[in-house]
Ligand binder design. Structure first.
Ligand SMILES: [Zn+2]
Length: 236
């Protein structure tokens, strides 16, 4: 090897070592190999999202935020921070109507306005739809397909919105957590955000890697308009 090539290689090696790896370049967790769990936070960005993001960052945990367009508009800095710190952003409608009460045009409008404001605010186009209240039918699935999105519900809830009690939220979440589970929570519930440091620590000590929904469901290969988990009696 000539001395010139050797020194060029040395420079290249130094450059590679020193270049900070962007969050998106981090190797993705393979949930077929490790015990994964996806925490999901609906209806935000909520009032307490900032504090929650601090907790997740400290624990090196990723989550998925199913955002309402109206709150992305009023709390753009939180949405930006979620995207920047490697969390997944999903679409949860603009103003939280029950999609099964709406005509397709109105569902489309809710989804599109939310896609647009999330993209405008964060540069990210959400790839998952979670309809308000988890209410979906064939029409909702058709609109999701138009936007190239599967519908993602949850495998279990923390019941945080109902109990609003930190101990109960922790107990319930630990009771329903299971490998490849998707847990429903809310970043507007103060007690959820308050209990999150100890809850995340406990989940991690039980061997869970906290990942985004897309990482969790990678091997499912969901198609636009699919719904996961498939509700009982659902037929297409
Ligand atoms: Zn909701």
């Amino acid at each position: 090897m000539s001395r010139q090539i050797a020194s060029l290689l040395a420079i290249a090696a130094v450059t590679v070592t020193l270049a900070p790896a962007p969050a998106s370049a981090a190797p993705e967790v393979d949930c077929t190999q490790v015990k994964c769990l996806a925490l999901t936070f609906d209806d935000g960005p909520g009032k307490y999202a900032d504090k929650l993001l601090d907790t997740l960052k400290k624990a090196n945990a990723k989550a998925t935020f199913f955002l309402e367009g109206q709150y992305v508009k009023t709390r753009p800095a939180f949405a930006k921070r979620m995207a920047k710190e490697g969390h997944e952003l999903g679409n949860h409608s603009y103003k939280h109507p029950n999609f099964t009460d709406l005509e397709p045009g109105a569902i489309r409008n809710e989804v599109k306005k939310t896609q647009d404001i999330i993209y405008k605010t964060t540069g990210v186009t959400p790839k998952l739809l979670r309809p308000p209240y988890g209410m979906a039918d064939i029409q909702v699935s058709d609109v999701a397909a138009e936007f190239d999105m599967p519908i993602v519900l949850w495998t279990a809830g923390s019941r945080d919105w109902a109990t609003k009690n930190a101990d109960e939220i922790k107990k319930q979440t630990l009771a329903v957590a299971q490998r490849d589970g998707i847990i429903l929570m809310h970043d507007w519930v103060k007690q959820t955000v308050d209990v999150m440091p100890s809850l995340v620590k406990l989940l991690q000590s039980r061997g869970y890697t906290l990942v985004t929904v897309s990482t969790l469901l990678k091997s499912q290969n969901l198609q636009p308009g699919d719904i996961y988990p498939v509700p009982e009696g659902w037929e297409r």
